[in-house]
Ligand binder design. Structure first.
Ligand code: SAH
Ligand code: SF4
Ligand code: F3S
Length: 491
C-alpha cells in the first residue's frame, strides 16, 4: 500500500485513509484504522539548505492527507516539527535552542506532539529521543515519504521512536508537489552524495547518490508548467552535476530536454561540484535558451594543498579553466561560490591563495563560512593547529576582500536593463518597494508606478539606478504581467 498523497515510492504500513464528514457539524475528519484524525494544525521550522526546505514542503503536503493544515503560530499547533541541518555547529545550536523552547508547549498541552526530522535526526535521532523526554518521534532524511505512517504510529500511542533507515528501493522516483501558489518550483533530481570531502557531514546525513530517470523528471516538470502554472524550475541535488550517471543520463541532457517545454521561462540548478562539470554541460550553458545566466560553483579554497586535504578532487588551475570555458560559452555568465575559511591547519599562504582566487575569479557574490569540525568526517580525526580566533579573522578578511570586488562589479551594472520576476515587497523609509531576482540571481528593489499597484509574481523590466555590494536599486520600465509575452525581449 502506498501513502494516499501518492508522492513517494516508499511503501507504507499505513491502513487506508478514509475521509468522513460529520452530518451535523459538517466537520471533515480522516479515519485511519481505528484512529480518527480531526482537523489539526502543524507548525514546522526548517533549518539548512534548499533541499531541506523542499523536504518540508513534501512533509506538509503529505500531512494534508491526515487532516493537518499549516500554521505559522507554534502556540496554535497540535503537531510541532523541526527539519534540521547538521552542516556546521551553528546550525545545530540554532535547532537545539528552539527544541528546548518546545518543552513548555508540552507542559501547557500534553496532547501536542513534537517530531524532529532532517540531517540531525538522520545521524543522532536515537540520542535525541533518549535525551529529550518531550520528543515523540524522529525521522531521518530518507523516510520523508512515510511521514504519515510515523505520525499515525505516534497518535496510535506508540512510545517515542527514531527512524533513520535508508530507502533500499532501486530507483529514486517521486512526483513534485507544490503547495505555495508561486510560479517557482524546486524539483529534486538526485539525492545523496558520493563525494567524500573531508570536512563534510552530508554523505552521512543524505546517503549514497540516486538519480531519478530523465523521462520522469521531464514529465514531472511538464505537468508543473501545464497544470500548476510553474514558470521557473530549480533542479535540486547535493551534487546535480553527477545526475543520471548510473542510468547513462546527464544534467546536460536533462536541461536540453527541459529547454523545449513551452511556458517554462527559467531553469536553474544547484548545487554543483566542479569535478563533475562536463564540457557537454558547459556547451549547454551556451545553447539552452532558458538556462539561467547564473552558476553557483563552490570552490571552497584557492590553495591546491588545501583542496587536496579537503579531498575536493580538482586543482585551482582546473577550476579556473572551467570558469574560462564557461565565460567563453556564455560571455555574460554570472558566477558565485562557497568558501571555507580556516580549514584544518590552513597556513597563511593557503589563506592568501584564497584571496588571490577571489580576485582572479571575480564572483558576483560568495557564501563564506568558518570551518566547523563535524563528527564522523575525516577532517575531525586530524590534529588542528588553528584557533577559532584565526578562523574568524580569516573569514572577515575574505568577506572584506570580496565586498570590494562585488562592489566594483555592481557599479558597472548601473544603467543596464534586467527582466525580473517579482517575488515580494518591503517598506523602506515609508515607501513600498517591490523586489525580485534577475535571471542572473541579483536581487533588485524598485518603486511601483503607484502605491496600489500589485506586482507580486509579475514579470517586469527594470533599469539599475544604483548599486552597492549587497543591494541593487532600479526604476521600473515595463510591466509584462504574470506571463512573459512570447515576443518580449528578455534582459
Ligand atoms: N553539496 C554542496 C553544498 C553542501 S554544503 C556542495 O558540494 O557544494 C554547503 C556549503 O557549506 C559547502 O559548500 C561548504 O562551503 C560549507 N560547509 C560544508 N561543511 C562545512 C564545515 N564542516 N564547516 C564549514 N563549512 C562547511
Ligand atoms: Fe559535502 Fe562535498 Fe558532497 Fe558537497 S560534494 S555535499 S561538500 S561531500
Ligand atoms: Fe544541512 Fe543537510 Fe542541507 S546538513 S546543508 S540540511 S543536506
Amino acid at each position: 500500500m502506498t501513502t494516499s498523497s501518492g508522492l513517494g515510492s516508499r511503501s507504507s504500513e499505513l491502513p487506508k485513509e478514509q475521509w468522513v464528514i460529520d452530518p451535523e457539524t459538517g466537520e471533515k475528519s480522516v479515519k485511519v484504522g481505528d484512529i480518527n484524525f480531526p482537523p489539526r494544525k502543524v507548525w514546522m521550522k526548517t533549518f539548512g539548505c534548499q533541499m531541506n526546505y523542499h523536504d518540508t514542503e513534501r512533509v506538509l503536503s503529505h500531512l494534508e492527507g491526515l487532516n493537518f493544515t499549516k500554521t505559522e503560530d507554534q502556540g496554535d499547533a497540535d503537531l510541532v516539527l523541526f527539519n534540521t541541518c547538521a552542516i556546521r555547529d551553528l546550525s545545530n545550536q540554532k535547532f537545539y535552542s528552539k527544541l528546548g523552547d518546545t518543552q513548555h508547549l508540552k507542559k501547557k498541552n500534553p496532547n501536542v506532539k513534537v517530531g524532529v526530522g532532517g540531517c540531525v535526526a538522520q545521524t543522532e535521532g536515537k540520542e535525541l529521543i533518549n535525551k529529550y523526554k518531550h520528543l515523540d518521534f524522529s525521522f531521518g532524511t530518507d523516510v520523508i515519504d512515510t511521514i504519515n505512517e510515523l505520525v499515525y504510529r505516534s497518535y496510535a500511542g506508540e512510545d517515542p521512536f527514531a527512524i533513520n533507515t535508508w530507502d533500499r528501493s532501486q530507483n529514486f522516483s517521486i512526483e513534485t508537489k507544490v503547495t505555495h501558489g508561486s510560479p517557482q518550483a524546486f524539483v529534486n533530481i538526485i539525492k545523496g552524495c558520493n563525494k567524500c570531502c573531508s570536512y563534510c557531514i552530508v554523505p552521512f546525513t543524505r546517503g549514497k547518490e540516486k538519480s531519478r530517470l530523465l523521462q520522469e523528471v521531464v514529465d514531472d516538470c511538464r505537468k508543473l508548467v501545464e497544470y500548476q502554472g510553474i514558470q521557473e524550475i530549480t533542479l535540486l541535488g547535493q551534487n546535480v552535476n553527477s545526475y543520471g550517471k548510473e542510468n547513462g543520463e546527464s544534467l546536460a541532457k536533462l536541461i536540453t530536454e527541459l529547454d523545449k517545454i513551452n511556458g517554462l521561462e527559467l531553469i536553474r540548478y544547484t548545487t554543483s561540484h566542479p569535478y563533475d562539470v562536463s564540457d557537454e554541460l558547459i556547451e549547454v550553458h551556451g545553447s539552452a535558451k532558458k538556462l539561467s545566466r547564473h552558476l553557483h560553483l563552490p570552490v571552497q579554497s584557492g590553495s591546491n594543498s588545501c583542496l587536496e586535504r579537503m579531498l575536493r578532487e580538482y586543482t585551482v588551475e582546473h577550476y579556473l579553466g572551467l570558469l574560462e570555458k564557461l565565460r567563453k560559452a556564455k560571455p555574460d555568465i554570472v558566477l558565485s561560490t562557497d568558501i571555507i575559511a580556516g580549514f584544518v591547519n590552513e597556513t597563511e599562504e593557503e589563506h592568501q591563495a584564497t584571496l588571490d582566487l577571489l580576485t582572479e575569479a571575480q564572483y558576483d557574490f560568495i557564501y563564506s563560512y568558518a570551518y566547523s569540525q563535524r563528527a564522523k568526517t575525516r577532517a575531525s580525526r586530524w590534529e588542528d593547529s588553528l584557533t577559532d580566533d584565526v578562523r574568524g579573522m580569516r573569514l572577515r578578511e575574505i568577506q572584506a576582500h570580496q565586498t570590494v570586488i562585488q562592489e566594483n562589479i555592481r557599479q558597472t551594472l548601473v544603467g543596464k536593463k534586467f527582466t525580473v520576476l517579482v517575488d515580494g515587497h518591503g517598506f523602506k523609509g515609508g515607501d513600498k518597494k517591490w523586489k525580485g531576482r534577475t535571471n542572473c540571481m541579483r536581487i533588485v528593489h524598485f518603486l511601483p508606478e503607484n502605491i496600489e499597484q500589485d506586482l507580486q509574481w509579475h514579470w517586469v523590466d527594470v533599469e539599475l539606478t544604483s548599486a552597492t555590494a549587497f543591494s541593487c536599486q532600479a526604476k521600473l520600465l515595463k510591466v509584462h504581467g504574470r506571463r512573459m509575452p512570447s515576443e518580449a525581449i528578455r534582459f
